[in-house]
Design a protein around this ligand. Structure first.
Ligand code: F0G
Length: 418
C-alpha cells in the first residue's frame, strides 16, 4: 500500500517519514500526523455508509481516518472504544440537551486506551522493544495493559511518587510494567522521559508522540457517529497535558474537511484552579504559556503545570472559537457526586468537565438552547478513596453518610425509621 501519511511540524511545516522514530521537528516543535484523506477516503459518503455496517471495534472501524498506515497484523487491541453517550438532559433541564461521553467505560477505565491502541501497535510495527511514559496514572495504566497484551514489548512507567491513586498504581503494577516512582511531579517525570528517550532506544508513548493523538481522535468521531453526524454546539473536556483536546479538535477538523459534518462545534477546555496554565494563557489571548508549579487537586490526573501539547491545544481552541475555564475543588467534588448518583461513575478529572459546563452556562457562554457533550475521561473506580472521603464528611453538599450500627434488630429498625 502506498503510504500517504507523514509527520509535519506544527510551526515550520517541515515534513518527515512517518516510519521515523521522532517526536519533534528539528526546529524543536511538535509534529502532526498528516494523512492524505482524499487518498484513504475518496468517497466520504460511501465511507460513512460503510461505518454503519461495520461491526469491528472502534479503532478498526475508524482506522482509515485514524492510522491507515498501520498494517492489520500489528494491531494490539483490548476492544477499546464504543463507550456510552448518556443523555442526562432530564436531570439538568437548564440545558436544552446535555450528554456525557463516558470514556471511563474503556478496558483500563480511561480514554487513554484510544491513543494507546494506536501508539503501542505502532511501536510493535516499528520493532521497538521498550516503551515508556510519564503519567499521572491513566496513561501508565493504559500503556502497561497494552504492552502486557503484546507480549514482546516491555512497558516502563514513571509516576510522580505519592501523587496518583492506589487503584491507578495497582493497574500499572498488575499489568506488568516496570513501575518507577519519582520524587517529583508529573512535569518532572515528563522531562525525564524526554531525556531518556533522546539518549536511548526506548519508544516514548506520551501524547507528545503524535501517533497517540491519531488514536485519540476516535473520541470525537465516535461521538458524532453516535449522534448520526448531528454536530453539538459544544464539546467540554478537562485539560491537563492538552493532548486530548488537541486530538478532539484534529479529528473534528478532518471530518469537517471531508464534508462529513457541515458545522463546527465550539470547544471548552476546563482545568482545576490550582493547575490552570491554559486558563491564564487564554485570558492573555494565548500570547504565551507561563508554566506553573501545579498545586495538589482532587483531579490529580490533570495536576500539570507545563502542558506539552499547549501549542496544538491553542491551535484547536482558536479554530473552534473555544473557551477555557477553571473550577474549584468544591465544584469538582460536588459535581462528581451528582453524576455518580445517576449511576454514572466518574473520576474527579471528569467532573471538571461537568462543573465547567455548568459554570459556562451560568456565565451565559453556553446558551440554554445549546446542545452540550461533556467528555468524562475516566471511571470513578480509579478514585474510590476520594469518593469515600467525600461522602464521610457531612459538611459536603451531596454527602451520603454511612450509618454504623451494632448487630441488633432494634438498631436497624431505628436507622430505617421503622
Ligand atoms: N482526564 C483524565 C482522567 C486524565 O488521566 C487526563 C490526563 C486528562 C483528563 C487530561 O488529558 O492530558 O490529554 O489534557 N492524564 C495523563 C496521564 C496526563 O498521565 O494519565 P490531557
Amino acid at each position: 500500500m502506498k503510504d500517504s501519511s507523514f509527520f509535519q511540524c506544527i510551526s515550520c511545516s517541515n515534513q518527515y517519514d512517518l516510519h521515523e522514530i521522532r517526536y519533534r521537528c528539528d526546529c524543536g516543535d511538535l509534529l502532526d500526523v498528516i494523512h492524505d484523506l482524499e487518498y484513504y477516503i475518496p468517497n466520504p459518503k460511501k465511507w460513512v455508509d460503510s461505518l454503519n455496517l461495520n461491526n469491528d471495534f472502534a479503532f478498526k472501524r475508524y482506522k482509515d481516518i485514524l492510522l491507515p498506515s498501520l498494517p492489520k497484523e500489528y494491531l494490539i487491541s483490548l476492544y477499546e472504544g464504543d463507550t456510552p453517550l448518556y443523555d442526562i438532559s432530564d436531570r439538568f433541564p437548564q440545558f436544552k440537551k446535555i450528554m456525557l461521553k463516558h470514556e471511563g467505560m474503556n478496558p483500563t477505565l480511561s480514554f487513554k486506551d484510544r491513543g494507546m491502541v494506536a501508539g503501542v501497535s505502532w511501536a510493535k510495527y516499528l520493532g521497538c522493544k521498550n516503551i515508556i511514559c510519564a503519567s499521572t496514572g491513566d496513561t501508565s495504566a493504559a500503556m502497561a495493559a497494552y504492552s502486557g497484551s503484546s507480549c514482546d514489548l516491555k512497558g516502563i512507567v514513571l509516576l510522580p511518587k505519592g501523587k496518583i491513586s492506589p487503584e491507578q498504581l495497582a493497574q500499572a503494577i498488575s499489568y506488568g510494567a516496570l513501575t518507577i516512582g519519582v520524587e517529583t511531579d508529573f512535569d518532572g517525570c515528563m522531562k525525564l522521559v524526554q531525556e531518556i528517550t533522546n539518549r536511548h532506544s526506548i519508544y516514548l508513548l506520551n501524547s507528545m508522540n503524535s501517533i497517540r493523538i491519531e488514536g485519540q481522535k476516535a473520541i470525537g468521531i465516535e461521538t458524532l457517529h453516535q449522534l448520526d453526524w448531528e454536530v453539538p454546539d459544544w464539546f467540554v473536556i478537562p485539560v491537563g497535558n492538552a493532548g486530548n483536546i488537541s486530538a478532539l479538535g484534529k479529528g473534528l477538523r478532518e471530518l469537517f474537511d471531508l464534508g462529513i459534518i457541515k458545522k463546527l462545534p465550539r470547544l471548552a477546555g476546563i482545568q482545576a484552579e490550582g493547575s490552570s496554565p491554559l486558563v491564564h494563557s487564554f485570558k492573555n489571548n494565548f500570547i504565551e504559556l507561563i508554566p506553573q508549579k501545579a498545586k495538589a487537586t482532587k483531579a490529580s490526573a490533570i495536576q500539570i503545570g507545563d502542558p506539552v501539547s499547549y501549542k496544538k491545544a491553542v491551535r484547536e481552541l482558536k479554530y473552534f472559537n473555544g473557551y477555557v475555564e477553571s473550577v474549584s475543588e468544591n465544584e469538582i467534588m460536588d459535581w462528581k457526586a451528582q453524576i455518580d448518583k445517576l449511576g454514572i461513575s466518574i473520576c474527579p478529572n471528569s467532573s471538571v468537565a461537568m462543573a465547567g459546563a455548568v459554570k459556562l452556562y451560568e456565565k451565559n457562554i453556553i446558551k440554554e438552547t445549546d446542545h452540550v457533550v461533556a467528555i468524562m475521561t475516566a471511571h470513578g473506580s480509579k478514585f474510590s478513596n476520594t469518593a469515600v472521603e467525600y461522602h464521610q464528611d457531612s459538611s459536603n453538599k451531596f454527602s451520603n453518610l454511612i450509618k454504623f450500627i451494632s448487630p441488633k434488630i432494634s438498631n436497624l429498625e431505628n436507622v430505617l425509621n421503622l
